[in-house]
Design a protein around this ligand. Structure first.
Ligand code: ZN
Length: 321
């Protein structure tokens, strides 16, 4: 115990000394002199300094302050993966395609996320659940939310097997269900109980409205026009939000003019791959967003995009311009 305490104190002293030298304009030579005076060899010193900056970076990317929420739309090419962090709870919606599994786990690591309160797998298509096996293997998942529908693929079977192997509780939520996540909360918007079908996996998608203070996000996987119509009928003006994640990667099968009017977003987010073979986002959707004066963020153009909520305002950070 004593030993640990002393080491900590020494480390603090080292950090403070380096900081003082740098702030007072002593530069690298000043730091080297100090290290020399402490009898720390150059190689070890470089390691310590790297460690110091690395720590700083880790802390910066993992700390969500009290009252903040980070919503990160991870660039996973043609697919979806959204990470939501609050001070007291984390969640992920979808995990990208199979080939992105390691990237997704690395993104969780970088943010210091070892546990997810919820993993929402919107629907069992590969571009949404492909990386989920990596996540389930590496990260503690408290609960999985997914529609009550199967897909006859190796990818689906792998994910399903891992969920039962690890005995993770699974909810098959329907429109109207409510959940808490730290100081945020979300309401399930879709699917309807009779809307889940193996013949239409997209419209079986679990979609949510996430609310943090005065800020809100509507994110509905690949739910298409029919599901959007049902949401509009059931929720009406309660669909209004600040950020709409366009359904089905910006396909014209979703983000209908009626749904766009009902959600009335300030910002839209489109998660799709660069030069994808589907032509996402479709021109009709982009035109409708422009007409409605909605500012658009796209993972194919801006890479990973993070939206920071303080409960009142939203601030955006993008990987590329
Ligand atoms: Zn998709």
């Amino acid at each position: 115990m004593k030993k640990r305490k002393r080491r900590k104190k020494n480390k603090k002293g080292f950090v403070a000394a380096v900081a003082v030298i740098l702030i007072s304009g002593g530069g690298l030579y000043g730091v080297m002199d100090y290290l020399d005076s402490q009898g720390i060899p150059a190689k070890e010193a470089v390691g310590k300094i790297t460690d110091l900056f690395q720590k700083k970076k880790d802390v910066a990317s993992s700390t969500v302050a009290e009252g903040e929420m980070y919503v990160t739309f991870l660039d996973v090419g043609q697919g979806d993966c959204t990470i939501i962090q609050t001070k007291d709870g984390n969640m992920m919606i979808d995990a990208g395609n199979n080939s992105w599994g390691e990237t997704v786990v690395a993104a969780l690591d970088e943010r210091g996320i070892e546990e997810l309160d919820y993993l929402i797998l919107t629907h069992p298509d590969a571009d949404h659940i492909g990386g989920a096996d990596n996540v389930l293997r590496e990260i503690t998942v408290e609960k999985v939310l997914m529609p009550d529908v199967e897909n006859d693929t190796v990818t689906y079977t792998e994910v399903e097997n891992l969920i039962s192997e690890k005995q993770i509780p699974v909810d098959h939520p329907y429109a109207g269900a409510e959940y808490a996540l730290g100081d945020a909360a979300f309401t399930v918007l879709c699917p309807q109980a009779d809307g889940v079908s193996e013949n239409d996996l997209n419209s079986s998608s679990v979609g949510i409205k996430l609310v943090h203070g005065e800020n809100s996000f509507v994110m509905c996987g690949d739910a298409e026009a029919e599901a959007e119509q049902e949401m509009t009928a059931q929720f009406g003006t309660a669909l209004e939000c600040d950020v709409l994640k366009c359904g089905h990667h910006g396909s014209s099968t979703a983000t209908t003019p009626e749904f766009l009017a009902a959600t009335d977003p300030t910002w839209a987010l489109i998660s799709c791959g660069k030069d994808n073979s589907y032509g996402h986002p479709h021109a009709e959707v982009m035109a409708a967003l422009e007409d409605a004066d909605v500012q658009v963020y796209r993972t194919d153009q801006q890479g990973t995009i993070t939206c920071v909520s303080d409960g009142k305002e939203l601030h955006w950070r993008t990987e590329h311009e």
